[in-house]
Structure formats: structure tokens, C-alpha cells
Write a protein that binds this ligand. Structure first.
Ligand code: FAD
Ligand code: PHB
Length: 391
């Protein structure tokens, strides 16, 4: 097979890129190692920045998002039993966020891909890449029909943190920056109507908790746990008791209880690999960087990367000009490091570290008090959370 851009991974980065390229008249092949069902059912992100929402509408995949997405004009921070609101719309000149599950985004993008009839392979085994530092980039994989080879002009490594593209770059050509946090999140999806219209981030003596949602009938909740927490030790009853203890506010607000539909534990890390390009291989999304989920930035950063990459490739195919391709890594990394700083800051402010003490806890409460009472501090949080426009 021959294509212009070979894309490894059908997560948000790979599928957005495939569609953006299609709209520019650029051909691509997407190769994914999991099943279609797994890719669709994986429960992950839920918060879309304004720019991600705008892009979905612009590229014609926003019809269901318009109907089913839950637009939020702010968030609550809860500490010392008080819930205080940060009003994004007021502080940022009208910007907002939208709650719409990553798996719904994925469904919409797979449907869009299928309607273009451009190739998308699921269940590809033994995926490998080669030739990206010579003139012959190739993706190889095995499927039911046997071994296949895709010759391409460029490879987009959109295969997430555990993929094969970043490790294919010679280690001497990459610099990696990393912080692993001494805690994780235990997340549940519950059959319960959300009792608040907006998200609630809470810092409690027992640790962090987050109230989010997926629809008018489904709540999504998280609580801080240890990174290797044994899920078997957490009955549904225990999870609810702990969530209610950490989230209940003095004004009587608390989440509604309901049947637990799904649960899991996630570790937390900050990670950046630089540069995001090696020869004709371009890394995008989690393949190049990871943020802890507290700032809700991961999916949105992946979209910002591929938006930039699609414009750079379009320029190259239209006029032979490689300037935007050459500037891809530096331009992405500027946004990436801003999001790293914000995600690290939200995480540090809202979690109890096992090596912290009562002084640290008091300092965190004072920071939350400041962040929810100074207009300057609230504006800084609001503009980072709602996200900068794509440039
Ligand atoms: P991925 O989604 O990881 O996609 C990579 C794809 O590549 C996968 O489909 C994978 O199966 C495939 N792949 C891997 N290896 C290979 C291979 N060898 N060959 C072929 N294919 C391969 N972000 C937000 O913005 N907002 C949030 O609210 C938020 N909440 C989160 C909550 C949780 C619990 C978690 C875990 C993450 C959250 N994130 C959030 C982060 C977000 O989910 C990720 O940043 C996002 O999925 C990154 O997209 P991606 O396409 O780069 O990578
Ligand atoms: C989610 O709804 O899954 C979610 C919301 C906000 C976050 C992380 C995850 O910061």
C-alpha cells in the first residue's frame, strides 16, 4: 500500500489527524492495534476545551456534540467544607468548557472516517515503523490477511504513551522529562443523576476527590488513592462512603449515590519527550507528552498538536514549503509546557502528598482561599482551564 501520511494509533490524536488531512485532500492510512469496541469503550477524558469544541464543529463532526454535550461556564473548588465557584465565562470574556466523553468523540470520528472510505485498520498486530530517517518511511503490521506494508511520505506517531513510535527514535536523539506522583485516582462511573451542573474539585483531609459527569443520568467520580491501590479492597459501599466524606459541603450539597457501572485505578505522571519530530516521524498527543488529569488537558493537547501538524502538512503538499513542519516541535512544545505547568500546579494544590505534613495542608488551604477570592488568581486559573485558542 502507498499513502501520503501513515498514522499509528486511532485514539483522539490519530482520528482527528486523519479527518483534518482528509479535509485538506491528503490521503492517510490509520493503523490501530486494539479492537474497534475497545477503542470506543475505553472510559477516559470528559472535558473539552472551547477550542476543541470549535474545531469539532468546523470540521463537521460536532452534530451530536451540539445536542448531547454539556456546556459548563465554570467549576467549583471545595475545601474546608465550602464550595466556591470560578466563573470562566465572566473571567475569560465568554470562554467555556464542554463535558462530552472521549469515547463519544471517538465514535463521532470513527463514523466520519468510515464515511470518507479512507483506510482504518483495527486489530493490527506486530506494528512497527522504519525508514523515517531515510527517504522510505514504512509502517508494517499483521492482520487477518497476513503481513502488510504501508509506504508513506510521513509517519504520525499517535499511538499514546505505551506505543511503539517514540521508542523507535534513537535514545540519543530524545530528551525526556518526567515526574511520577506518589498517588493515583480511583475512578467510577455511576448510574446517578449529577447533583451539580458543574464539576467539583475538592481537597479534604483524607485527600483529593472530583465530581464530574457524562450525561443527565450518569455521574463520573474520582478519589485520590495510592498509585498501586488494590481495587479489590474497595467495595462499592466503601467507595461511596469515602467520596461522600471528601465531597460533602457545609451547605448540604453532595453527589447522588447510584449503582457503580465501572471502576478503575490510574497512576499520575507528567512527561515530555523533546523534540516531537525525528526525520519524517512526527509524534503527537500522549506519544510525546502526558499530564496528570487534574487540569483536564491531555485530550485537548493531543488535538492542538494534530491541528498544527495537519496545517504544516497541508502547506507542504500545497507549496513544497517545509517551514511549518520545521517549526512543528517547538511550536507544540510551547503549549505543552504551559499545560504541564498548569496540570502540575492544579495537582499539587489539590492532592495530599504522602511526604507532606500539616504545614503543607494549611498552605494548600490558603492557596485555595486565594485562588477563589482574588480576581487575578481566578482569571489565571480560568484562562488556563478553559484553554488558549489554537494559533
Ligand atoms: P491515546 O488515547 O492513548 O490513543 C493512542 C492509540 O494508539 C490507542 O487507541 C492505542 O490502542 C493505539 N496504540 C498503542 N500502541 C499501538 C501500536 N503499537 N500500534 C497501533 N496502535 C497502537 N484529557 C483531557 O483532555 N480531559 C480530561 O478530562 C481527561 N481525563 C482523563 C481521565 C483519565 C482517567 C485518563 C486516563 C486520561 C484522561 N485524559 C484527559 C487524558 C486523555 O485521555 C489522553 O490525553 C488522550 O487519550 C490522548 O490521546 P492520544 O490519541 O494521544 O492517545
Ligand atoms: C472526567 O470527567 O473524566 C474528568 C473531568 C475533569 C478532570 C479529569 C477527568 O480534571
Amino acid at each position: 500500500m502507498r499513502t501520503q501520511v501513515g498514522i499509528v494509533g486511532a485514539g483522539p490524536a490519530g482520528l482527528f489527524l486523519g479527518h483534518l488531512l482528509h479535509l485538506e485532500g491528503i490521503d492517510s492510512v490509520i493503523v490501530e492495534n486494539c479492537t474497534r469496541e475497545h477503542v470506543i469503550e475505553r472510559v477516559r477524558a470528559g472535558v473539552l476545551e472551547q477550542s476543541t469544541v470549535d474545531l469539532m464543529h468546523q470540521i463537521g463532526v460536532g452534530e451530536r456534540l451540539r445536542r448531547e454535550g454539556l456546556r459548563h461556564g465554570g467549576i467549583y473548588l471545595c475545601f474546608g467544607g465550602q464550595r466556591r465557584r470560578i466563573d470562566f465565562e465572566d473571567l475569560t470574556g465568554g470562554r467555556s468548557i464542554t463535558v462530552y466523553g472521549q469515547n463519544e468523540v471517538i465514535k463521532d470520528l470513527i463514523a466520519a472516517r468510515c464515511s470518507t472510505c479512507r483506510p482504518l485498520y483495527f486489530e493490527a498486530d506486530d506494528v512497527s515503523i522504519s525508514g523515517f530517517d531515510s527517504a522510505e518511511p514504512r509502517i508494517r503490521f499483521r492482520d487477518a490477511g497476513g503481513m502488510r506494508e504501508v509506504a508513506c511520505d510521513f509517519i504520525a506517531g499517535c499511538d499514546g504513551f505505551h506505543g511503539i513510535c517514540r521508542p523507535a527514535i534513537p535514545p540519543a536523539c530524545l530528551r525526556m522529562y518526567e515526574r511520577i506522583y506518589p498517588f493515583g485516582w480511583l475512578g467510577i462511573l455511576a448510574q446517578a443523576a449529577p447533583s451539580s451542573e458543574e464539576l467539583v474539585y475538592s481537597l479534604h483531609e483524607n485527600g483529593f476527590a472530583l465530581f464530574s459527569m457524562r450525561s443527565p443520568a450518569v455521574t463520573r467520580l474520582y478519589l485520590q488513592c495510592s498509585p498501586d491501590e488494590d481495587l479489590a479492597a474497595w467495595t462499592d459501599e466503601r467507595i461511596w462512603d469515602e467520596l461522600l466524606e471528601r465531597l460533602e459541603a457545609a451547605d448540604g450539597w453532595r453527589p447522588n449515590r447510584g449503582a457503580v457501572l465501572q471502576k478503575g485505578v490510574t497512576g499520575m505522571r507528567s512527561f515530555v519527550a523533546e523534540p516531537m519530530r525525528h526525520g519524517s516521524l512526527f509524534l503527537a498527543g500522549d506519544a510525546a507528552h502526558i499530564v496528570p488529569p487534574t487540569g483536564a488537558k491531555g485530550l485537548n493537547l493531543a488535538v492542538a498538536d494534530v491541528h498544527r501538524l495537519s496545517r504544516a502538512l497541508a502547506r507542504h503538499y500545497r507549496s513544497g514549503d517545509t517551514d511549518l513542519l520545521d517549526r512543528y516541535s517547538d511550536a507544540c512544545l510551547r503549549r505543552v509546557w504551559r499545560a504541564q505547568r498548569f496540570s502540575w500546579w492544579m495537582t499539587s494544590m489539590l492532592h495530599r502528598s504522602p511526604d507532606g505534613n500539616e504545614f503543607d495542608f494549611r498552605r494548600q488551604l490558603a492557596e485555595l482561599d486565594y485562588v477563589t477570592s482574588s480576581r487575578a488568581a481566578m482569571t489565571s486559573l480560568a484562562e488556563n482551564y478553559a484553554g488558549l485558542p489554537f494559533d
